[in-house]
Design a protein around this ligand. Structure first.
Ligand SMILES: Nc1ncnc2c1ncn2[C@@H]1O[C@H](COP(=O)(O)OP(=O)(O)OP(=O)(O)O)[C@@H](O)[C@H]1O
Length: 572
């Protein structure tokens, strides 16, 4: 609730307007039956003047109620949409500051739901609060008191009806609340399934998984239908049940008024407003109950948004760290790393020193910790034990901007963003010129295909870079990595989709053009790193060998085994 209060503060004026409008609206609906009673009274006593006066008052009151309703809706919609937009923006901003492990903790799909569906739920919650929270209690208390004033001798009917409706609504709404909670988790699952399936559409199609995937989605969808249908059933039982109770109350009231009409002739006019008040009490309880059930869904969403906004990242940068022009020296001192939630370390006691300008190859079996080691250099994670330094500065006290400027990481999976090629390259250097683009594209062997486009670097990248081949994506991704002439460049298996010739050309260009840059090349194939100054051999998270290719062939059994296996398979 605190979070809602904070985000509501800038809209206090609009909130006050909407609440005033709702109070006027509730007042108008409460006063209408009173005026109707006066009209009836005037008709019974055949007083045409009074019929006219009260009639006009009734119309004015209806118009006031209508205008207040419109004003309330306008302000409530404005406030709820503004709060939702602010929440969404804050969540997005917060997520941008998340570390890798923070994102993994929630999962990317789940964060998307928290920014979309959950924010929509909160928007509806705010709308509901502004439209009903003040109106329902005023209506209930007002109609209750006015019903008792209108026909005091029938007080017991009012109380009995309230008790019966409240008791039965308790049972129904409790049941409904359970189903609403289930809906939220089913919507989460539906989103995840749809996202996974559509993103992996090529796998689904090539492995002929359409039927299985459709079945999984349909099962979930059927569950969602079952739960929403149950809510529908509960509604279909609830409304007639409440109507029955209120009609029984109305019928009993009519019976008693009819019997005593000779002694109490004024009751004839009063019964119309009494019935209206009974109906208003009934609606207030019903809407109030429904509101609390829907609201519980909104509060669950609010809690999920709060969890994102309140996340305190373990990986933070010191604000007082001075900016520095970091050199390409990289060192690891007794570094161990365990992924959050894992019990086995992915890296164990790793120490090395790399001088600026060295080219380091990193090899090892699948899962040996190559990518994990690389991710510690741009500080995507902090080591669990030990220290990592770049340019002689421990990353725990480095200036974030300086580190980003110094280290460039080209990921295993090339990811481009929709927009233009130039927009993607500028992520590597904000103020990159056309000459910078050309040079980077030359190094990454991307110039060849980019120059074929009429619009060159202004060529569009479609959503999920669907208009580029795997190799083209990798080349552009390498170009983005080198455009800012980083001091440290990490290529995490980033040439795997290139043919042998292009891979060689990229390596030669890197050697020539990025002279002075420390380059880490992670590779499955030894041929990709054979010319490195030094090669690091990883085995089950441990650094088991350091040296040139020839040295390692003599000294490292793990390296020799990988080499022999690849040679036997026909690797060059
Ligand atoms: N995000 C993660 N969460 C938990 N465990 C992880 C995560 N990423 C990797 N691991 C685990 O850490 C270990 C090292 O993985 P890593 O990706 O560093 O290996 P790798 O040598 O780069 O493998 P590959 O050559 O297949 O890319 C593996 O056991 C892997 O299962």
């Amino acid at each position: 609730m605190q979070i809602l209060k904070e985000h509501a503060k800038p809209y206090l004026r609009d909130i006050i307007f909407s609440i005033i409008a709702v109070i006027v609206m509730a007042g108008a609906s409460l006063w209408q039956p009173r005026l109707l009673q006066n009209v009836m009274q005037a008709i019974i006593s055949d007083n045409q003047d009074k019929v006219m006066t009260y009639g006009v008052q009734l119309i004015i009151l209806a118009v006031i109620g209508l205008i207040a309703g419109v004003i309330n809706t306008i302000f409530a919609a404005k406030v709820s949409q503004s709060i939702a937009a602010d929440l969404r923006a804050h969540e997005y901003q917060k997520i941008q500051s998340f570390s890798f492990s923070d994102i993994e903790k929630f999962s990317a799909g789940n964060l998307v739901v928290r920014m979309t569906n959950d924010v929509n739920q909160v928007q509806q919650l705010v709308m509901m609060i502004l439209q009903s929270l003040t109106r329902i209690p005023i209506l209930f208390v007002g109609a209750f008191i006015l019903a008792l004033i209108t026909l005091p001798r029938l007080w017991w009917i009012v109380i009995l009806m309230v008790i019966l409706i409240v008791l039965s609504s308790q049972v129904v709404f409790k049941q409904m609340g359970k189903y609403f909670a289930k809906i939220q988790s089913l919507i989460d699952k539906t989103n995840t399934l749809a996202k996974e399936n559509l993103q992996g559409v090529r796998v689904v199609k090539s492995f002929n998984q359409e039927e299985n995937e459709t079945q999984r989605f349909t099962d979930n969808s059927n569950n969602l239908t079952r739960v929403t249908t149950m809510i529908g059933y509960l509604f279909s039982i609830m409304i007639p049940m409440f109507m029955l109770i209120s009609y029984m109350a109305i019928g009993t009231a009519l019976l008693f008024v009819g019997r005593g009409v000779v002694q109490h002739p004024n009751d004839l006019a009063a019964i119309t407003s009494f019935i209206s008040y009974l109906m208003q009490i009934f609606f207030a309880i019903m809407i109030g109950g429904m509101m609390s059930t829907f609201a519980s869904r909104g509060f669950v969403s609010l809690g999920r948004i709060k969890a994102v906004l309140d996340t305190v990242s373990e990986l933070t940068y010191r604000s007082d760290a001075p900016e520095a022009n970091l050199s390409g020296d990289v060192s690891f001192e007794n570094v161990s790393f365990t992924y959050p939630g894992d019990d086995q370390p992915a890296l164990e006691n790793i120490s090395f020193q790399v001088k600026a300008g060295e080219m380091i190859g990193i090899v090892g079996a699948t899962g040996s910790g190559k990518s994990t080691l690389a991710q510690l250099i741009p500080r995507l994670y902090d080591p669990t034990v030990g220290d990592v330094s770049v340019g002689g500065i421990n990353l725990k006290s480095v200036n974030e901007k300086s580190l980003r400027a110094a280290v460039s990481f080209v990921l295993q999976r090339a990811i481009l963003f929709s927009g233009k090629i130039s927009d993607n390259l500028r992520q590597g250097k904000k103020d990159a010129s056309h000459a910078d683009f050309s040079k980077a594209a030359e190094i990454a062997q991307a110039a060849e295909f980019v120059n074929q486009y009429d619009d060159g670097f202004e060529h569009q990248v479609e959503e999920r870079s669907a208009n580029f081949s795997g190799g083209q994506k990798q080349r552009l991704s390498i170009a983005r990595g080198v455009v800012g002439a980083p001091k440290v460049l990490i290529l995490d298996d980033s040439t795997s989709a290139l043919d042998a010739r292009s891979e060689k050309l990229v390596q030669e260009a890197l050697d020539k053009e990025l002279f002075g840059t420390t380059i880490f090349v992670i590779a499955e194939k030894i041929s990709s790193v054979i010319h490195a100054d030094r090669i690091f051999v990883l085995d089950q998270g441990k650094l088991v060998g350091i040296g040139s290719h020839d040295e390692l062939l003599k000294s490292s059994p793990v390296y020799s085994e990988i080499y022999e296996t690849q040679k036997a398979k026909g690797g060059n």
